[in-house]
Design a protein around this ligand. Structure first.
Ligand SMILES: [Zn+2]
Length: 504
């Protein structure tokens, strides 16, 4: 008999300090912009892309199974989402499941907070589990998951991205999906062991390509490759969320052997705890970082303004780092994209070739951080106007067509500034090349990003300088007004103790 599989996407990385609202309409981030995609539309948008759900689609085809894809909801990182988005996703998924379904394959983020619930994925999975207590459920999660009991207790198999920038999304869906197929076929009996440490890892320090995560992940990958366990994943956590269950975590899926799963789990996390100091990022003043960049030989020098990264819920319009670049008179610079629809409209009205003075950026206040938006007065020539569309050529979201809203380029003589109507973290050179700027030929490339720029820009970088600008993604975690975080937590509380069970 033909099996029937259901698949769905629900992804939002919630920065609880962000002033950027998250309306339901924004959950069509990839594809339509008027809310979640459904059915054939969802399939058209996600098939053959580098996303977990694309692997699920391929697995279903390989298995000769019927596939139902009721909903794909995916929004850019921003403030807590309306509870309604969970209702929409849960209703669509539960309806499809109730029509008859042999297994569910979910592509979730893992760091979603709604206005109603501090654990969006746990809320969703709990609702599905309530109507389908025995349904096999595979879940693919982002590396920035804040893992919770509600997520783990209501899933059968969980696997997480092992890269940051995330370039193994398809592979993650494939890992989770294939384990679930083996379980369906009666070949394996997945059991999961998980744990979350009281450690806020720094986002500039926790990538699996860096230590100590590299050594930790080597253990997970070795065990999974050798077949000792079915899946092993480590989550760096998403630390820009004022909720209790933030923390460095890991999950191991083993074939019936819970003790074996726990041994690997505690071995990995014990190393993370012992080396927790390596997850701390030292913050230095913006002036110092820019003057260090100024002294570097050769280029491009990538200036990474990571305190205001829309990829983590930032406004993408905090001007402090560009202001310092102009003040220290750096030359042959491209910068952006800065999100400022008002300035884009002014440049379009002025037209290409016009000289114009703008009050650029700084339009959004950040009340949770007690920061006001500060526009930057800047004069230049409107160099180019675009519709903001380009196709990703780099390794992250390869082949996906992006639209970042209309764009305009302001040329000050020394700095070419890309201004866009929409928010976009520059992980691909397309944001510049589509506007006629070749970042490879610039001495300096100023980007508002944290880690994902590495996908598209690291190959052309001579130097990379991390700049700790202000914003809702500040690298100084002591600036966040924490209220709900579990305490003590390292490094905010340097004396925090490990909560790992003592091993016998
Ligand atoms: Zn992530």
């Amino acid at each position: 008999m033909t099996r029937c599989f259901v698949t769905a996407v629900m992804r939002h990385e919630t920065n609880t300090f962000s002033p950027i609202p998250t309306p339901v309409a924004d959950f069509g981030r990839i594809g339509p912009t008027d809310g979640p995609a459904r059915g054939d539309e969802a399939l058209r948008v996600y098939a053959n892309t580098n996303n977990p759900v694309a692997a699920y689609i391929d697995i279903a085809a390989e298995e000769g199974a019927e596939l139902v894809f009721p909903i794909a909801a995916n929004a850019h990182p921003s403030a807590p989402a309306p509870g309604e988005i969970i209702d929409l996703c849960a209703d669509a998924i539960c309806e499809a499941v109730q029509k008859g379904c042999d297994a569910l394959f979910l592509d979730l983020h893992g760091a979603m907070v709604t206005q109603a619930h501090d654990d969006g994925e746990g809320d969703l999975l709990g609702r599905i589990r309530a109507i389908a207590p025995d349904l096999p459920i595979a879940v693919a999660l982002d590396f920035h998951t804040n893992l919770s009991a509600a997520i783990v207790d209501n899933a059968t198999v969980i696997a997480g991205y092992r890269t940051y920038p995330h370039i193994d999304m398809y592979e993650t869906g494939d890992r989770a999906g294939r384990t679930l197929i083996r379980a369906l076929n009666g070949e394996v009996n997945p059991v999961m062991a998980w744990h979350s440490l009281p450690v806020l890892t720094h986002m500039n320090r926790h990538a699996p390509s860096m230590q100590p995560m590299k050594d930790m992940y080597a253990k997970a990958i070795a065990a999974e490759s050798a077949g000792t366990v079915l899946n092993a994943s480590i989550f760096g956590c998403f630390p820009l969320a004022d909720i209790p269950h933030v923390g460095l975590s890991a999950i191991v899926v083993a074939d019936g052997d819970k003790d074996g799963a726990e041994r690997l789990l505690y071995d990995i996390l014990n190393e993370g705890w012992e080396r927790r100091e390596e997850f701390v990022f030292p913050v230095e003043p913006v002036e110092k970082s820019i003057s260090e960049a100024k002294a570097l030989d050769g280029g491009p020098v990538i200036l990474v303004d990571h305190g205001d990264n829309c990829g983590s819920g930032g406004n993408q319009d905090v001007m402090a780092v560009l202001k310092e670049v102009l003040r220290q008179d750096l030359d042959n610079v491209c910068a952006g994209p800065f999100c400022d629809p008002e300035s884009v409209a002014q440049m379009i009205e002025a037209g290409v070739g016009a000289k114009i003075t703008l009050q650029l950026g700084g339009k959004v206040d950040m009340p949770a951080m007690d920061l006001k938006g500060e526009p930057l007065k800047v004069t230049g020539t409107v160099r180019r106007i675009t519709d903001g569309s380009f196709t990703i050529t780099g390794p992250m979201f390869t082949g996906v067509k992006f639209n970042i809203g209309r764009c305009a380029v302001l040329d000050t003589g020394k700095v070419e500034i890309v201004v866009s109507e929409g928010r976009y973290e520059p992980f691909d050179v397309g944001a510049f090349t589509h506007a006629g700027i070749d970042p490879a030929r610039k001495k300096y490339v100023l980007l508002k990003t944290r880690q994902h720029f590495r996908a598209g820009f690291e190959p052309l970088a001579k130097h990379i300088v991390m700049v700790s600008g202000p914003g809702t993604c500040t690298s100084d975690y002591s600036l966040f007004p924490w209220k709900n975080l579990r305490r003590p937590v390292y490094p905010l509380d340097p004396d925090a103790e490990s909560n790992l069970p003592t091993q016998s």
